[in-house]
Design a binder for this molecule. Structure first.
Ligand code: ADP
Ligand code: LRH
Length: 486
């Protein structure tokens, strides 16, 4: 039976990587060709992505990857580049943690009330949804020159191929897509004066997206033609596609810079209760809905580790494991933690403000973060099951957080459910598998998942039975509203 090779470009908020996947009917192997840091840059006008640095990393990765049957790109959601009428990039793409969207949502809601926006688009409120970014950008000189808008993976695909498109799973994070029709939300766009003509036509995971340009072949040393394939270009959609579940009754948590915790559903949940609980309905492969909540995730720890001068993570986590559990917890869903900087202080302040013991040492702060994340995972998974009327027996953890055994165990304890951890590079697996499926090497979504289960090492964590303590801690955090409020 044939085995083919695919390059998966996966750009996370903290690092980018080019992985090579080998896929056959009984084969699924992933190796890292190249990894590079993704560091946002603060310039006088705000926080920006170093998108040229990322593109250079992609080219270097493709060179290291060598001969592949096709290439797919996924990245974090919501952000975009603007092109002028000649197709040239206008400025550096703005980082979703930039402050330009402060106070913008209220302006949008004055035209389209938050309730209507939710029924029309199914998206949770987050200040950085593309819709709010565009509203903030509209009066800028740069925007006046824009002829095209390309989401980050679509921008890199354009640079590699010269062909333009808007991939659907990532488009579903703009707040301009209707999750029922899986097409643009024309009415919302019109009422808010957003020109959908800025976006090139929609394409779906598995669609052809062009071939590497001759100049790219030359720079990477590859021999053409090399097709580029649209994948589930939202990294979370690719990661969910690679959740190694065998049944339907599962929840997932994609852990990296963010924790995205929720369910895979056939249709969106657009109730007022769901909106109040800040659940989102993003689109996945095969017309599925990713019903989930954004939780601040390991960002909280990343920012502390950065503030502390990058101490060894393994040693820090071992010390944190010895700190007594649940002394103090913060609301890891709170958008107050969105911006970079002063994270250890901000966590301590949140504990003080809620009358809890203030964590002092690095190990104590780390433990506070991990307990808080586990608690936020518990709340999201409980709420999702109730709101979607979709009970689960197991929680799958995928992404970088699978390397944090303490976080996985605490999540099992908090949820009172077994946790199955792995794969770590879920987004890259999902990316590769969608490419392989387009070549008919794997069948449907279930086949993709079974192949993962047969080939990938997974770690199981059983809940340690202290459910009552977690219930009490959840109650202590109180009836604070959930999700990215501030
Ligand atoms: P993203 O895709 O958002 O950039 P990743 O999925 O790569 O994020 O996950 C990055 C996170 O994984 C880091 O912030 C860190 O907390 C965790 N991580 C990475 N390596 C390790 C490790 N060796 N031990 C524990 N945690 C790790
Ligand atoms: C994770 C992610 C998440 C989005 C956020 C902006 O990388 O794509 O799904 O909400 O970045």
């Amino acid at each position: 039976a044939p085995v083919k090779s695919y390059a998966a470009v996966d750009l996370g908020a903290s690092s980018g990587r080019v992985m090579v996947g080998r896929v056959g009917p009984e084969t699924l192997e992933l190796t890292e060709a190249h990894r590079f840091v993704n560091r946002p840059v603060r310039v006088p006008e705000g926080l920006r992505w170093d998108v040229l640095g990322l593109y250079a990393g992609v080219l270097e990765g493709l060179r290291a990857a060598g001969r592949v049957d096709s290439v797919g790109i996924d990245s974090w959601a919501v952000d975009y580049g603007l092109l002028d009428a000649d197709g040239a990039l206008l400025g550096n793409p703005v980082h979703y943690r930039d402050a330009r969207t402060d106070g913008i949502a209220e302006k949008v809601w004055a035209t389209v009330p938050a309730e209507e926006l939710y029924t029309a688009t199914g998206l949770q409120y987050a200040p950085f949804n593309t819709l709010y970014q565009l509203t903030a950008a509209r009066s800028s000189a740069q925007f006046g020159q824009a002829a095209r808008l390309l989401l980050i993976p679509d921008l890199l695909t354009y640079w590699l191929t010269g062909a333009q498109g808007t991939e659907l799973t990532n488009a579903s994070t703009t707040q301009l897509i209707d999750p029922r029709t899986r097409d643009w939300s024309y009415e919302v766009a019109e009422r808010l004066g957003i020109d959908l003509g800025l976006f090139p036509p929609l394409r779906r995971p598995g669609d052809a997206a062009g071939v590497l340009r001759p100049e790219v072949l030359e720079e990477t040393g590859l021999r053409g033609p090399v097709p580029v394939r649209a994948v589930a270009s939202h990294d979370t959609a690719s990661a969910v596609a690679a959740v190694p579940s065998v049944g339907e009754r599962f929840a997932y948590i994609c852990t990296g810079t963010w924790s995205l915790a929720g369910l895979e559903l056939d249709s969106p949940v657009l109730t007022e209760e769901s909106r109040a609980a800040n659940f989102t309905n993003e689109l996945g492969i095969d017309g599925t809905v990713r019903y989930l909540r954004n939780i601040m995730g390991l960002w909280l720890l990343q920012e502390c580790v950065r503030a502390w001068g990058e101490p060894d993570l393994g040693a820090l986590l071992r010390e944190a494991a010895r700190v007594p559990a649940l002394r103090s917890v913060v609301d890891a869903g709170d958008a107050a933690f969105l911006a970079p900087g002063r994270m250890p202080e901000r966590i301590a302040e949140a504990c003080r403000a809620s009358g809890q013991p203030v964590p002092e040492t690095r190990a104590e702060i780390t433990r506070c973060i991990l307990d808080s994340l586990a608690l936020a995972h518990r709340r999201a998974i409980e709420d999702a099951q109730r709101l979607a009327d979709h009970p689960v027996d197991v929680v799958h953890i995928v992404g970088g957080g699978t390397r944090n055994a303490l976080l996985c165990q605490l999540t099992a304890d908090a949820c009172g459910l077994p946790v199955v951890a792995g794969p770590t590079e879920a987004a890259a697996f999902g990316n590769v598998l969608v490419q392989a499926r387009a070549d008919a090497l794997v069948g449907d979504r279930t086949d993709m998942r079974h192949l993962l289960v047969r080939t990938q090492p997974l770690t199981r964590y059983e809940p340690r039975g202290d459910a009552e303590r977690w219930r009490a801690a959840a109650a202590r955090l109180g009836a604070a509203p959930d999700g990215a409020h501030s």
